[in-house]
Design a protein around this ligand. Structure first.
Ligand SMILES: Cc1cc2nc3c(=O)[nH]c(=O)nc-3n(C[C@H](O)[C@H](O)[C@H](O)COP(=O)(O)OP(=O)(O)OC[C@H]3O[C@@H](n4cnc5c(N)ncnc54)[C@H](O)[C@@H]3O)c2cc1C
Length: 438
């Protein structure tokens, strides 16, 4: 796979007048012929200069690759898994957030509000399954009402249109299974089929000369003068590596621009870039969120998303609907240890959902859905939040680091892209191309 990818990479670096026919002819050249013609590192590793590399084919990496490609750049996406979107991007609530919760002026607030509009437009234009369901954020007892007021004020300050505080009785008329004393209606919230979204973005990127290279892992990098050299290995080699020897790259790419969009592994990977100062790499925290699905129910109890008051580390065990009408509850917050860097590149995190966690879900859900029947929750799936702050620390914003922050020319690190990263993906991509391509 890597050999085939290297051949494709050669096409990127060949003449810009290369035609499709040339590409096919050159792809038939043997790998060895080509390797003989390129410079090697001191470890005799093939090296190649390329224009842009995006590390990680999650929704953010894909959106960035597409945006760079639309701006005329030659882009290579290096993804350790066998296809796109197998990380956090397929382990979330698939909610298009309106932008209510995040501190005013933060990247999270700005990108969520802008990204939400971009996402709705994109989905409509490209026929991506999505629905503007609307959402109710609910106070289930009078003591929660001040917090609900704060949330409303945040939302208004962030520029979220259409928010409306409602009496519980009116909210309960809209959603007869709901129990609450007050609620905020957010009409701009919705849901999206994240896989269809990623598929569409991948297709567009590929149509603009982006190459997606799967089963290939960036294992580190080093600086040579003004250039960053990325060390790349087949993911298979990581699986076979026995830890008694140094992990050696099988290919070194020297891009003009690198976007580290490795999600849960972005911090661990940055630590393996020799020459990038450790002080710019924040500590990593991981918070698993488990989902339970609703069974034994003939009809969907809610038409809108229902969210309680946020808890520490997450938005609370909420009701999410998928586009097939299935109801899921979650995610909760469970702080977990990470895994080591090489394991994280292979996504060896613990995604198990233990059935006994349901015991904590029932009382949480019954606060706003008292008719939830015993035995109706079944373990679903889980996702892990790539966090930059730990339990009981203040939430930290998305971190986007370029040369202005870490001093390394051509490197952009994306750290802590937790929720609302899916909603924000198109806006993050737009920001990166505007700020760093000029
Ligand atoms: C429980 C949960 C619920 C959420 N709900 C929502 C929601 O409703 N709405 C919303 O807007 N957001 C939500 N989010 C956030 C959203 O899912 C993420 O922000 C988004 O998916 C992040 O995308 P990404 O591309 O940065 O990361 P990822 O999807 O994790 O992609 C990173 C990719 O990098 C690859 N990779 C890792 N290391 C390497 C390496 N060394 N070399 C090559 N490739 C590598 C991985 O295999 C992976 O494919 C939620 C998140 C969680 C955890």
């Amino acid at each position: 796979m890597l050999k085939k990818s290297i051949q494709i990479l050669k096409e990127f670096t060949s003449s810009s007048t290369t035609t499709r026919c040339d590409v096919h002819m050159k792809l038939n050249h043997s790998f060895n012929n080509w390797v003989r013609n390129i410079r090697t590192t001191s470890y005799s590793v093939p090296r190649e200069k390329v224009e842009c590399v995006v590390i990680g084919a999650g929704v953010v990496g894909i959106a960035v690759a597409r945006e760079l490609a639309l701006k005329g750049k030659d882009v290579i996406v290096i993804e350790s898994a066998s296809t796109f979107g197998t990380g956090t991007s397929s382990r979330n609530s698939e909610v298009i957030h309106a932008g209510i919760y995040y501190p005013y002026g933060s990247f999270k607030a700005l990108f969520c509000v802008k990204g939400r509009d971009m996402l709705y437009k994109y989905c409509s234009k490209h026929d991506i399954p999505h629905k503007q369901t609307g959402k109710l954020i609910v106070a289930t007892r009078p003591s929660e009402i001040p917090k609900l007021n704060d949330i409303l004020n945040h939302g208004i300050q962030n520029g979220v249109d259409g928010l409306k505080m409602m009496d519980g009785v009116d909210a309960m008329k809209m959603e007869p299974e709901l129990q609450c004393v007050k609620a905020i209606l957010s009409p701009l919230s919705g849901i999206v089929d994240s896989h269809s979204l990623m598929l569409s973005l991948v297709g567009e990127a590929e149509n603009h000369r982006t190459t997606f290279t799967y089963n290939s892992t960036v294992i580190g990098g080093h600086l040579e003068g003004n250039e960053i050299c990325l060390h790349i290995s087949e993911t298979k080699s990581l699986k076979e590596w026995n830890e008694t020897s140094n992990l050696q790259p099988e290919l070194v790419l020297i891009p003009k621009l690198v976007v580290n969009s490795a999600g849960l592994s972005a911090l661990a990977l940055a630590k393996r870039f020799t020459g990038l100062q450790n002080r710019v790499i924040p500590p990593a925290y991981y918070a698993r969120g488990c989902y339970f699905t609703l069974s034994n129910t003939k009809t969907t109890p809610f038409r809108r998303l229902i969210y309680p008051i946020p808890e520490v580390g997450g938005l609370g065990v909420h009701v999410t609907l998928d586009l097939n009408g299935q109801v899921k509850f979650g995610p909760d917050v469970q702080w977990i240890d990470g895994v080591d860097d090489i394991e994280s590149f292979q996504n060896k995190f613990d995604y198990s959902v233990h059935a006994n966690r349901a015991e904590k879900f029932y009382p949480e859900i019954r606060k706003y859905y008292p008719n939830l029947k015993d035995g109706s929750l079944e373990p679903g799936y889980s996702g892990i939040r790539p966090k930059l702050s730990g339990p009981y620390q203040s939430p930290v914003d998305f971190v986007i680091q370029g040369e202005d922050i870490h001093g390394v020319h051509g490197l952009i690190n994306l750290f802590g892209i937790e929720s609302p990263g899916l909603t924000s993906s198109l806006a993050i991509a737009d920001f990166i191309s505007t700020k760093y391509l000029g």
